[in-house]
Design a protein around this ligand. Sequence first.
Ligand SMILES: [Fe+2]
Length: 371
Amino acid sequence: MNIIGKNDYKNLQKLILNRNFKKIFFLTGYNSFYKSGADKIFKNISKNKEVNFFFKKKYLPELQELKKIIKLINKFKPDLIIAVGGGCVLDYAKLANVYFNEGNIEESVSKSNFNFKKKHSKLIAIPTTAGSGAEVTPFAVLYINKNKYSVENEFVKPDYYFIIPELIIKSKKILKASTGFDAIAQALESMISVKSNEKSLEFSKKSLKLSIPNYINFIKKPNIENTIKMCLAANLSGKAISIAKTNGPHAASYPFSVYYGIDHGHAVSLTINEFMLKYYLNSNYSITSFDLKERFNSIFKLFKIKNIYELDAMLKNIKNQAGLENNFKKLGINISRDYNKILSGVNDQRLKNCPIRIERNDLKSILLTKK
Ligand SMILES: [Fe+2]
């Protein structure tokens, strides 16, 4: 279900009424729920229903908090879970809904052993950020002891999603900058991922056509129109990475979030220029089934530019305008001191999806030479 526009919550109300859900478990964050105005919308929806709430506290989806959520779900036994929030909330809901009867989550994620047979309840995802597209992806992130794992399975995907722009338009500028950049990066990376195909390419292109002209205005001069366009761009980028997955910039981003508390989209933005340059300049050695240089030409067309150096300049300019700090030092990141720690947190699964072979040494040079 994909409904966008003002007063969409009426369709949400209809769905809950028609399906006769009786017990609703709300998984949300305090800010997501009250500051976005979601509380007013859900007051009506949950009338005459048995309702239980969980407000997540952690900044990233972590095992201990996930276990708490699972305990509550098993006790309350909802027939519907509604997740209202950003990527972390949505990931918690997606994970709890498949891990509700799993004894050893650590073992499952560390061995990528995802034999889910069923979900606990129907799950509705309602994002309060325009970024990750987590409402449509069949994967979720989980951190265990500062290591990032990706849980990937069709059962992880939410059953329904609703995009309510009124909940998103009010979010803070810095959050819009970070989540919106995530949508751009996901669409861009998925265009050149090893796993990219015709279908994912279509989603990526559609996403970029919406995000490139609307991203900065969505941050600086938000209105319903540019908010809807960014929501759509995020949603399409989620559909693109569901097929093509992300690569270098995402692979390298996780330690920046874990060790330095940098928001996901912002963390992804930190190395995107360096990866794009590296990919393009080594396109003769590409490991993709498609012509990598041709694919870059499509990217240049979408950005209305001529070459890789203009793409580099444009991405820098976009980050600058969005207020995303691009300098490691200013972010308190000492690469030459910390690169072993950072490299140990890089996601190998995503790294393998780069269009050229990227080894740990390449990564080191990308991080050390970043200006
Ligand atoms: Fe992302």
